[in-house]
Design a protein around this ligand. Structure first.
Ligand SMILES: *[C@@H]1O[C@H](CO)[C@@H](O)[C@H](O)[C@H]1NC(C)=O
Ligand SMILES: *[C@@H]1O[C@H](CO)[C@@H](O)[C@H](O)[C@H]1NC(C)=O
Ligand SMILES: *[C@@H]1O[C@H](CO)[C@@H](O)[C@H](O)[C@H]1NC(C)=O
Ligand SMILES: *[C@@H]1O[C@H](CO)[C@@H](O)[C@H](O)[C@H]1NC(C)=O
Ligand SMILES: *[C@@H]1O[C@H](CO)[C@@H](O)[C@H](O)[C@H]1NC(C)=O
Ligand SMILES: *[C@@H]1O[C@H](CO)[C@@H](O)[C@H](O)[C@H]1NC(C)=O
Length: 314
């Protein structure tokens, strides 16, 4: 859908509350499980509310009564507004108003204690606060690299200006869950060790990470000191999250076969309802099978097997 407005409601200030989006003439809400700090940061900045301090649990700021949009935003934090962030809605499960997304923005422009980059008080007074919000926020990020999609791969943390990996000692599902949630990638399916997604080449930022699973960010978890470790890149940690999606052709040979989508840990089918030649071409491209194809709905592909993850793909 096209988002034509954004606001925060259910609070005495305009800079915290339930996230509401204006779509097709009505205000609706977003699902907390698909909402992360980078998305929240973009919204806070856009609303002139500084940057995102925290994301309360879903439903913290009351329930909306409009539609709940299934979209997940994949902001990197630098976009001017949410409308510029990549959005996916494919395969997302329904969400109720009990889980409406909320955010608490900084309420003033910046709070130096939230930055790990020391910036002088004078910078604040000089009125570069908004830029600084971005600098502060940019000082720590997490991403998954060298995997088959943005929601699976080797864990990397951006800290003090460079990306580094995480050691797999003690790396488990609770740790992986924090990474997945932080990235808006759903839950954790697997905590991967032994550099299954390749070895990093720069710093190893953390070892002995021991999250309870409830932390808002990986760096809120108990762990060794930054950059202090007894690990090698052979032990780089990775994650496979539930929102990771991939395509394949079941028993496919020669670039033809039944189209399947990997989602939430299972390969499932795709219904052909309203599938356009454009969608088919896109699937072929993504599978590395050229940039055109044709839809076959007759046997042997005609009947679905297993879960159907997607229908009415446009
Ligand atoms: C926000 O929502 C909660 C739960 O619905 C309600 O109890 C509270 O009064 C609301 N606060 C404001 C300021 O609207
Ligand atoms: C994803 O898998 C989990 C566990 O296997 C299950 O509980 C959950 O309902 C699944 N979600 C969807 C959208 O199918
Ligand atoms: C900055 O944030 C810290 C921790 O959240 C808080 O203790 C402090 O009072 C804040 N400072 C200002 C000036 O708001
Ligand atoms: C991880 O934290 C839990 C408490 O949350 C503690 O019981 C456990 O000993 C810790 N594990 C390690 C290896 O430090
Ligand atoms: C795909 O291959 C598996 C074994 O590799 C077989 O059991 C299954 O029947 C095949 N499915 C189709 C649709 O041909
Ligand atoms: C593979 O596809 C090409 C082009 O459609 C066709 O000429 C060829 O016979 C196919 N080979 C097999 C083994 O099906």
């Amino acid at each position: 859908p096209e988002f034509t407005g954004f606001r925060l409601v259910n609070s005495s200030t305009a800079c915290e509350g339930r996230v509401e989006v204006h779509v097709q003439g009505a205000w609706g809400t977003l699902c907390a499980s698909r909402w992360d700090l980078l998305d929240a940061h973009v919204l806070c900045h856009h609303l002139n509310c500084g940057f995102a301090e925290s994301i309360p649990k879903g439903g913290h700021s009351g329930r909306g009564n409009g539609p709940v949009w299934r979209d997940s935003f994949h902001c990197d934090g630098t976009e001017a507004h949410l409308g510029e962030c990549p959005v996916t809605a494919l395969g997302a499960s329904p969400c109720s108003h009990e889980n409406d997304a909320a955010v608490i923005c900084s309420g003033h422009e910046a709070n130096l204690t939230l930055c790990n980059t020391p910036l002088p008080e004078s910078a604040l007074e000089a009125g570069i606060a908004e830029d600084m919000g971005v600098v502060c926020w940019g000082s720590r990020q997490v991403r998954l690299v060298n995997g088959p999609g943005r929601c699976a791969g080797r864990v990397e943390i951006y800290y003090q200006g460079s990306w580094g990996s995480v050691c797999d000692d003690g790396w488990d599902l609770s740790d992986a869950a924090v990474v997945c949630r932080q990235l808006g990638c759903g839950g954790a399916l697997e905590a991967v060790g032994s550099a299954r997604f390749g070895e990093g080449s720069a710093q190893i930022w953390l070892e002995s990470v021991n999250c309870s699973g409830a932390e808002a960010a990986l760096w809120d978890c108990p762990a060794g000191s930054w950059g202090q470790h007894g690990c090698g890149h052979k032990e780089d940690a990775g994650v496979i999250c539930s929102e990771f999606m991939a395509l394949r052709l079941e028993n496919g040979t020669n670039c033809s076969g039944r189209l399947q989508v990997f989602y939430n840990g299972t390969w499932g089918s795709v219904c052909s309802n309203s599938m356009t030649p454009e969608t088919v071409s896109l699937a072929c491209k993504e599978l590395g099978c050229g940039d055109r194809g044709s839809l076959e709905t007759q046997r042997p592909y005609g009947r679905l097997s297993g879960t159907a993850w997607l229908d009415r793909v446009e």
